[in-house]
Design a protein around this ligand. Structure first.
Ligand code: ZN
Length: 274
């Protein structure tokens, strides 16, 4: 049996979870809710610029867990692949500017590019930006995405693939982001999490609603779906991860609701189901 979490010391919320809020509103809303850590999405930084965003975050006292997101490496031309790498280098700079120790990578996929080719381009892309990440002191977390996104979002769809990438890249700066939403269905999940020993850089939670009404924006609150979240947390912790637990919920439903109330729902679901 995995012990329930006793307090909120490891709780982190993604700005995308409270998407209607600006960065400033999120910082004050989380502080008021006594949530002490935040993962920032680039779109929430954009209206301010990294420098101003960094100041606001510092003033709030919230700890930045990661910046979401980089990646999207595959492209049909060499020029566009280079563009993607430069965009990743900019994202790494932004992470460093706001004090985020980690940039999460959604690796990318493009209709018309063979998955095998896309996967090679992803490997080459991460290898190309890794020196910049290292120079800036920002780690890169490869986040495998559910196979329903293999057509246009990510050609990295299982933890096995991500683990193999990490081994091939062989860098202290490259590891794994485990998101229960993307990986819960995998019959080899437990074994593959075991393979991640010391390489899990971050951990995302939400739940899988049945039926899922939208492929992107219908994630569920922890406990409202079929993911054995606490079991997976146990496996992740056994693999050496004791860092923040990040609530990342994209939901048109929740975005239409009062965001302060959403945070209190998150807090109770967190203790009951994570
Ligand atoms: Zn995630």
């Amino acid at each position: 049996m995995i012990e329930p979490l006793k307090d909120y010391s490891r709780l982190c919320v993604h700005t995308m979870t409270t998407k209607p809020w600006t960065l400033e509103e999120a910082l004050s809303g989380y502080s008021e809710a006594e949530i002490s850590a935040i993962t920032v999405w680039r779109q929430h930084i954009e209206p301010y610029g990294a420098k101003k965003a960094a100041k606001l975050i510092e003033k709030s006292g919230l700890k930045v867990v990661s910046l979401c997101r980089g990646g999207f490496f595959p492209a049909t031309s060499g020029q566009d692949r280079e563009k993607a790498r430069n965009e990743n280098r900019r994202a790494i700079d932004e992470a460093a500017a706001i004090g985020a120790p980690l940039l999460v990578l959604v690796c990318g996929a493009v209709p018309g590019i063979d998955l095998a080719v896309a996967r090679q381009q992803i490997l080459d892309g991460i290898a190309a930006v890794e020196p910049h990440a290292k120079a800036c002191g920002v780690r890169l977390g490869i986040e495998p995405l559910h196979p329903m996104y293999a057509g246009d979002r990510s050609a990295i769809n299982t933890l096995e693939q991500a683990n193999n990438l990490v081994i091939a890249l062989d860098s202290d700066w490259v590891g794994i982001t485990v998101d229960v939403y993307h990986l819960w269905w995998d019959p080899f999940l437990r074994a593959e999490i075991g393979r991640c020993q010391g390489k899990i850089f971050s951990f995302h939670v939400c739940d899988w609603r049945t039926p899922t009404r939208d492929m992107l924006n219908d994630r569920g609150m922890m406990g409202d779906g079929c993911i054995p979240i606490r079991d997976i947390r146990g496996w992740v912790e056994k693999a050496g991860f004791d860092g923040p637990i990040e609530v990342e919920i994209f939901s048109d439903d929740f975005w239409a609701q009062d965001q302060n109330r959403l945070l209190s729902r998150i807090k109770s679901a967190y203790l009951r189901h994570v």
